[in-house]
Design a protein around this ligand. Structure first.
Ligand code: MSP
Length: 512
C-alpha cells in the first residue's frame, strides 16, 4: 500500500495580516501532517496565499501601494506565521507565482476544449469580501444595504460580459459522487446543506471578470481575468506541477487526502471544485473537511468585524505550544469554539504544567535518585502495569481510524485520560515506599517512563517543540518517533541514561 498523504490548508487572502482563525486552520492541518508522518507516511503539506481578485486589488488601492508589492508584504507575514506556528508544511504557494498561473490557464483551456465554458453576460449580486456570487434568495436588506445572509457581507450589483462554466451540467454527477463517496464531505453534519444546495438546482457559474484587471488573464481574451475562486482552488494541483501528471509530486500526492477548510468556504470546495475537476477529467480529492469557526463572543472572528485576536500576541505571552494545545483541545473539532485567555491559562496550568510536565519531572527526579539515572530493569509487569500499558497497544488501530475520520476530539481525550491514569498510577503505586523491594520499584519506574514515552509520542503532533525537549530524557530524537511503537512496552533500553530536563511548562499566576 502507498503510504502517501497530501493535506492542504485554505490559501489565505493577504488583504490583511493573519488572525487566530487562520492560525487555527493551519495548526490543525499541521497536527494531521505530523501525525501521519510519525505513522510512516510521506506527507505533502501545502499552505499559501490567494492573491488575486477585487478584494485584494481594493485593499492595495486603499493603501495606495502597487498591488503586487502589497501582496508581497502581507504574504510574507503569512509565511512568517507558518514558521512561528512551527508548521511542517512542505510547500507554500502564492497564486501570483508563474507555476500557478500556467496551471490555471491550462485548466481553463481544458474546460474550454471540453465545451464547459461559454461567453455570455452576468447580472447579479456579488460580495467582494467573500468573492462570491449570491442568488436573490440569499440576500437580505439591512438599513438600506443589501447583504449576503450567510456571511453578513455587503453585496453589489454587477452586470458585465463574462465567461460561464456549465455548472448545471454537473449537478447529477455531483450528487452521484456524494452518494458513492459518503465521506467526501465531512463532517457529516455539513453534508446535507451542500446536497440540498446542489439539489435545489445549480446555475452556470460566472468565471471571469472584465471590470478589473488584478487576476490571471483568460487565454486568448486578455480583456477578462479568471474568477478568483477558479484561480485559487487550482492551487491544490498547481503545487503538484499539474499538468505534468507523470512527475513525482502529482503521481504521489494527487488526489489529495484531505482539503482542510473553514465551513464558510465549503460550497466552493464541495461543489465548484469537484465540478471543475470532473469537467477537466481530473480525479477528485478524497475528502473536504469543513471545520468550525473561532468565535469572538458569539461572532466569527474576522477582520471586517474588527474582533481579531492576534496569534502573535498570544504566542509572545504564552508560547506557541500552549496555543496549539489549547486550540486543538478546547475547540471541539468540527464545531465553533470561543477562546479566552482565562481558559488558555487553565489549560496550561492543569494539563501541560501539572499533568504532563509534572509527571515528567517527578518520575525522572525519582529515577535519578533511586535508579542512578539509568533506565531500570523490568522484573515482571504486574496486572496494574499491563492494564495501563496495554491501553495503547489495544487502541492503536482505533486511534489510526479516528485520525482518518478527523476525530481530533477522540485523540486528545485519549491523551488526557492516559495522563490521568499515569499520574494516578505513580501515586497509587507509591514507589517511594518500595525501597526494600528494588525489583518492584524498578518496574514501577520503568512502567512510568514507558507511559511518559508513549504519551509524549502522542503529544508530538500537538506540541512538537515541547516534546522535542521532553524526549531528551530518553535521548530520543523527534525524527525517530514511530507511532507504531506506542504499542510496545520495551522500547526503552535498560541501562541507558535518563537525562534531566528543565521545566517544560511554567505555571501562570492567576489573579482570580
Ligand atoms: N482565499 C480563500 C480560500 C481559498 S482556498 C482555495 C479564503 N481566504 S480567507 O483568508 O478569508 O480564509 C481562509 C480560511 O480561514 C478559511 O478556511 C476560513 O474559514 C478560515 N477562517 C477565517 N476566519 C475564521 C475564524 N474566525 N475561525 C476559523 N477559521 C476561519 O477564504
Amino acid at each position: 500500500m502507498d503510504k502517501n498523504y497530501y493535506i492542504t490548508t485554505p490559501i489565505y487572502y493577504p488583504s490583511a495580516k493573519p488572525h487566530m482563525g487562520h492560525a487555527y486552520s493551519s495548526i490543525i492541518a499541521d497536527f494531521f501532517a505530523r501525525f501521519k508522518r510519525m505513522d510512516g507516511y510521506e506527507v505533502h503539506f501545502l499552505t499559501g496565499t490567494d492573491e488575486h481578485g477585487l478584494k485584494i486589488q481594493r485593499a492595495a488601492e486603499k493603501e495606495k501601494i502597487d498591488t503586487l508589492k502589497f501582496c508581497n508584504e502581507i504574504s510574507q507575514t503569512f509565511r512568517d506565521l507558518s514558521k512561528t506556528l512551527n508548521l511542517s508544511n512542505t510547500d507554500f504557494i502564492r497564486t501570483t507565482e508563474d507555476r500557478h498561473k500556467k496551471t490555471v490557464q491550462h485548466l481553463w483551456t481544458q474546460l474550454e476544449k471540453n465545451d464547459d465554458i461559454y461567453l455570455s453576460k452576468y447580472s447579479g449580486w456579488y460580495s467582494v469580501s467573500d468573492e462570491a456570487f449570491y442568488n436573490e434568495d440569499e440576500i437580505i436588506e439591512n438599513n438600506g444595504t443589501k447583504k449576503a445572509t450567510v456571511s453578513g457581507s455587503t453585496v453589489e450589483w454587477i452586470e458585465e460580459e463574462s465567461y460561464f462554466f456549465r455548472l448545471s451540467k454537473w449537478q447529477d454527477n455531483l450528487l452521484k459522487y456524494y452518494e458513492e463517496n459518503p465521506d467526501f464531505i465531512s463532517p457529516k453534519s455539513r453534508k446535507n446543506e451542500v446536497i440540498s444546495f446542489v439539489k435545489s438546482g445549480l446555475k452556470d457559474l460566472s468565471i471571469s471578470r472584465k471590470s478589473f484587471s488584478w487576476g490571471i488573464k483568460v487565454p486568448n481574451n486578455p480583456d477578462h481575468v479568471i474568477y478568483v475562486w477558479l484561480d485559487a482552488l487550482t492551487n491544490y494541483i498547481s503545487a503538484l506541477n499539474y499538468p505534468n501528471i507523470n512527475e513525482k509530486l502529482y503521481k504521489k500526492f494527487w488526489p489529495a487526502s484531505v482539503h482542510l477548510i473553514g465551513k464558510d468556504i465549503l460550497r466552493f470546495h464541495a461543489v465548484y471544485w469537484p465540478a471543475f475537476l470532473m469537467a477537466a477529467k481530473i480525479p477528485l480529492p478524497h475528502k473536504v473537511y469543513g471545520h468550525g469557526w473561532i468565535l469572538s463572543g458569539d461572532e466569527k472572528m474576522s477582520k471586517s468585524k474588527g474582533n481579531i485576536l492576534d496569534p502573535l500576541d498570544i504566542i509572545e505571552t504564552y508560547g506557541v505550544d500552549p496555543l496549539r494545545y489549547y486550540l486543538i483541545k478546547e475547540v471541539s473539532f468540527g464545531n465553533d469554539g470561543n477562546i479566552s485567555k482565562g481558559r488558555l491559562e487553565d489549560c496550561i496550568n492543569s494539563d501541560l504544567a501539572n499533568n504532563y510536565g509534572n509527571l515528567c519531572q517527578r518520575v525522572t527526579a525519582f529515577a535519578e535518585k533511586n535508579c542512578s539515572s539509568k533506565i531500570p530493569k523490568i522484573n515482571k509487569f504486574s496486572n496494574d502495569d499491563l492494564k495501563m500499558l496495554n491501553n495503547f497497544t489495544n487502541n492503536l488501530s482505533t486511534i489510526r481510524n479516528q485520525i482518518d475520520n478527523q476525530n481530533i476530539n477522540f485523540y486528545i481525550n485519549f491523551i488526557v485520560s492516559a495522563l490521568f491514569e499515569a499520574n494516578k498510577y505513580f501515586n497509587d503505586q507509591e514507589p517511594w515506599k518500595k525501597k526494600d523491594d528494588q525489583d518492584r520499584l524498578n518496574t514501577i519506574v520503568y512502567t512510568s517512563l514507558e507511559m511518559i514515552r508513549k504519551i509524549s509520542f502522542m503529544l508530538y503532533p500537538i506540541i512538537p517543540n515541547s516534546i522535542k525537549k521532553a524526549l531528551t530524557i530518553f535521548n530520543i530524537k523527534t525524527e525517530d518517533i514511530d507511532f507504531e511503537s506506542i504499542a510496545s512496552h520495551d522500547l526503552l533500553k535498560t541501562g541507558n541514561d535518563i537525562n534531566k530536563i528543565d521545566i517544560l511548562f511554567k505555571k501562570i499566576e492567576k489573579n482570580d
